[in-house]
Design a protein around this ligand. Structure first.
Ligand code: BG6
Length: 480
């Protein structure tokens, strides 16, 4: 592992993302010994003029300390220093650089090596100017080397053109290996398991194709609406918020070919190929919804056309997947909170048990809640006759890995940024290919050519979505 001084700079330190995700993830890494006290310093930067202590008080409530944690929390908070300044003036960034340099020079162990990680917990509109400031005033200057890395979060633009513009602006300042675009779904345990499941198991290798798989569903449901985030959400909608990034990344991992090795570039190369093979989405294979009451939010316009629900079929034009619908479905204010991948196999040819009506084989990966991997299959009902039933081979993480704490996505991803591993981050060409898929549809929605169907909060979403699923070939399985 690298040694030397590590400075983690959280820009937008007083904002929601920093409080709820970034600092808690850093705290958990600290508790597990990944951030060594003498080597690491954390800097918060934001416009708000507050003291170090005020920032710490704001963060403290979000750090879950477990049983014996109070000491840990205050030790962790000692690592944090706050610097206030604007996002577009040199002054603040010069002060920030001074604080970082002081930390670096005070560490004997660092031997001049300087590692600077800038985490932009900020709205994307300020990314370019903030990156410029970092580049001009805060990059590491140590003679002995080190690095400067930038971590950004979605939304990366609103369509192909705006995303490309943002990428070019940042790309002029930093090289691709310095830029970490977070999609937190890539940090989830079961998303990371997909490569292992697919490529380390003989079971799946011969079956994972159009000859055997009838359809694939990738589903995200939330049982709450956009409360408190209506302003942000209305500008983006469910396709930009969830489908274009989180679900599409999962689709890539389900559909990609085996990479040459686990080298991040090889993995990302294969993902890009999947994205480039997706054919234009057909209007008749899209159902949009908006939950009743969404527009009651004062930050949402009364005539908003923004979808809070979408189901659509993506089709991949290649040898492995031609003809297999990938159904992506995401919705807010539905009847449950769940994210899962459901791979449905074709019927058994020449079925002698007449059991087809009970359901098909399915391979299900539940990302959350209660991580699980299970297979639905047909078995003989225990007893004297030969009747059949659907049952499950079930790997429920809670049972199988009792007592094992599954790391938070952000924790894992921040550790990767420190280690310099870009495997679980979105590369620029990947981002571009992702926007290419959705931009035509998004423009039609933005122009009001495509209207969402109203659905009741707490329901399954519009019935038209279930009809689309059936039309795409999904057969509902019946319980065991
Ligand atoms: C975020 C979206 O990226 O992911 C939110 O902006 C959504 O709208 C969230 O609620 C879901 O994340 P998770 O990890 O709870 O599934």
């Amino acid at each position: 592992p690298e040694t030397g001084c590590l400075s983690i700079i959280v820009l937008g330190a007083s904002g929601d993302l920093a409080k709820k995700k970034t600092f808690p993830a850093l705290f958990n890494l600290y508790r597990q010994g990944f951030l060594q006290l003498n080597e690491v310093h954390i800097f918060g930067y934001a416009r708000t003029k507050i003291s170090d202590d005020e920032l710490k008080n704001r963060i403290r409530g979000y750090l879950s300390s477990g049983n014996e944690g109070a000491v840990d929390v205050s030790k962790f908070l000692q690592l944090i220093k706050y610097v206030s300044g604007s996002y577009d003036a040199a002054e603040g960034f010069l002060a920030l650089d001074k604080a970082i340099t002081e930390h670096e020079t005070s560490r004997n162990s660092s031997e001049g090596l300087s590692r600077r990680l800038f985490y932009l917990a900020l709205p994307p509109s300020v990314y370019p100017q903030v990156c410029k400031m970092i580049k001009n005033y805060c990059t590491n200057k140590s003679d002995l080397g080190g690095w400067t890395r930038i971590v950004v979060e979605k939304p990366f633009g609103k369509d192909l053109a705006s995303a490309e513009e943002l990428s070019s602006q940042i790309g002029e300042l930093f090289d691709e290996p310095q830029i970490y675009r977070i999609d937190h779904y890539l940090g989830k345990e079961l998303v990371q398991n997909l490569l292992v499941l697919r490529f380390a198991n003989r079971f799946f290798l011969p079956l994972w194709n159009r000859d055997n798989i009838d359809n694939v569903q990738i589903v995200f449901r939330e049982d709450f609406g956009t409360e408190g985030r209506g302003g942000y959400f209305d500008e983006y909608g469910i396709i930009r918020d969830i489908i274009q990034n989180h679900l599409l990344q999962v689709l890539c991992l389900v559909a990609m070919e085996k990479p040459v090795s686990l080298k991040p570039e090889y993995i990302r190369d294969e993902k890009v190929k999947v994205l480039q093979s997706v054919v234009p989405i057909k209007d008749e294979e899209v159902v949009l919804g908006q939950y009743e009451g969404y527009r009651d939010d004062p930050t949402v316009p009364d005539n908003s056309n923004t979808p809070t629900f979408a189901t659509m079929v993506l089709r991949i034009h290649n040898e492995r997947w031609e003809g297999v619908p990938f159904i992506l479905k995401a919705g807010k204010a539905l009847n449950s909170r769940k994210a899962e991948i459901r791979v449905q196999f074709k019927d058994v040819p020449g079925d002698i048990f007449k059991c087809q009506k009970q359901g098909r084989n399915e391979f299900v990966i539940r990302l959350q809640p209660s991580e699980a991997i299970y297979m639905k299959l047909t078995v003989k009902q225990p007893g004297l006759d030969m009747s059949t039933a659907q049952s499950e081979l079930d790997l429920s993480y809670r049972q199988r890995y009792q007592g094992v704490v599954i790391p938070e996505a952000y924790e894992r991803l921040i550790l990767d940024t420190i280690r310099g591993d870009q495997q679980h981050f979105v590369r620029r060409d990947e981002l571009k290919a992702a926007w290419e898929i959705f931009t035509p549809l998004l423009h039609r929605i933005d122009n009001g050519e495509f209207k969402p169907i109203a659905y009741k909060p707490g329901s399954r979403g519009p019935v038209e979505a279930d009809e689309l699923l059936e039309k795409a070939g999904y057969v509902q399985t019946h319980g065991y």
